[in-house]
Ligand binder design. Structure first.
Ligand code: PLP
Length: 352
């Protein structure tokens, strides 16, 4: 039978999230989650009585207020969403309305081309250089908008503020989005540039540095005109994106700055120790300011290591792209977990 309605169905190639294997005794280093529990504040508040019977506050005021305090902004400079994936998708819908192509790196977060295709936004990927660095001059041409992560994924490479500012200086006519999902692991946020550049949007998340990937909170910071535009799109789509529990949990997690700093520093310290040991084993890695490293070895095949590790219940991430297929992305877990990863490699190298 001919199904004529098939032609009315939107066809997209979806983003493929990292595997979420079941089980308890695994070392899960494949999706850049935080190995530490969220702030103890969070648990305390989840156990209280809340008004789950009612619709949540559509303005997400408790969370916005606390974000404003934490980042020294006013509430009309902040937009919140269901993870930064939701915020970024809204931003693509809102800001990339030009007929000119938007620009982003060829090696980057693999959701960008998915959204661009979904929303029918033209795009042009810009090649990162031999060392996987962004080439800023490639972003000086005419465009309909720019987006890149800083630190970049899956490399972990961080570019300093002057680099970001150069891109902004050359792009006063389009909106520039900096995706700072990993900024709390040693980078420097572009937030101070908001004062100078009205076309800058900085996006961050609670998923990595605040150990709340399961709760789904992301936020964008920018000038009130941009934030209002995002809210107009949001209210045209779903007024209640943020559920009551996430509003409370998010604001409570933010209040515990001390815990946040402690766990971020622990991950940074663990990363540096891990990188040193990996070098001893002959791995090369991009310089990382994220909670993961992107590693390759001249003598050992990445796919084979990936499979062998999985047999030992150690999960890394491997991408198939031509330029990255020799690499493994390894999330930084606890010190104990990273010790086990190093022993796995030592074992593997003796055996193979
Ligand atoms: C993890 C990640 C995100 C999205 O994270 P959420 O859990 O949706 O907040 C966005 N951008 C990059 C580069 C990421 O790595």
């Amino acid at each position: 039978m001919e199904r004529k309605w098939m032609k009315n169905i939107r066809k997209v190639v979806p983003y493929v999230p990292g595997e979420q294997p079941k089980g308890t005794d695994l070392i899960k280093l494949n999706t850049n989650e935080n190995p530490y529990e969220p702030s103890p504040n969070v648990k305390r508040y989840l156990e209280c009585d809340h008004k789950y019977r009612l619709y949540p506050d559509p303005t997400a005021d408790v969370l916005l207020s606390q974000l404003a305090t934490t980042y020294g902004l006013s509430k009309d400079q902040i937009f919140v969403g269901v993870g930064s994936d939701d915020v970024l998708a809204m931003a693509f819908m809102t800001f990339f309305q030009s007929e000119k192509p938007i620009l982003f790196p060829d090696i980057t977060y693999s959701f960008y081309d998915v959204w661009a295709d979904l929303f029918r936004i033209p795009y042009e990927k810009q090649k990162v250089d031999e060392e996987f660095r962004l080439v800023k001059e490639d972003y000086y041409k005419e465009n309909g908008g720019i987006i890149f992560p800083n630190p970049n994924a899956p490399t972990g490479i961080f570019e300093p503020l002057e680099f970001i500012e150069d891109i902004l200086k050359h792009n006063q006519e389009s909106i520039v989005i900096v995706d700072e999902a990993y900024i709390d692991f040693g980078g420097q946020s572009a937030l101070p540039l908001l004062k100078k550049y009205e076309n800058l949007l900085v996006v961050q998340t609670f998923s990595k540095s605040r150990s709340l990937a399961g709760i789904r909170i992301g936020f964008a910071m920018g000038n009130p005109v941009l934030i209002k535009a995002l809210n107009d799109v949001k209210y045209s789509f779903n007024s209640y994106t943020m559920n009551e529990a996430s509003l409370i949990i998010g604001s409570e997690a933010l209040k515990d700055q001390e815990y946040f700093e402690k766990t971020c520093n622990l991950i940074i310290e663990t990363r540096e120790e891990f990188v040193a040991e990996m070098k001893q084993l002959g791995f090369s890695m991009c310089p990382s300011k994220a909670n993961f490293v992107f590693a390759t070895h001249k003598e050992y095949d990445a796919t084979e290591i990936f499979e062998a590790a999985k047999k030992e219940k150690i999960y890394f991430r491997h991408f198939n792209g031509e330029r990255v297929k020799d690499y493994l992305r390894i999330t930084i877990g606890t010190k104990e977990q990273m010790k086990q990863v190093i022993s796995f490699f030592k074992n593997y190298m003796n055996k193979s």
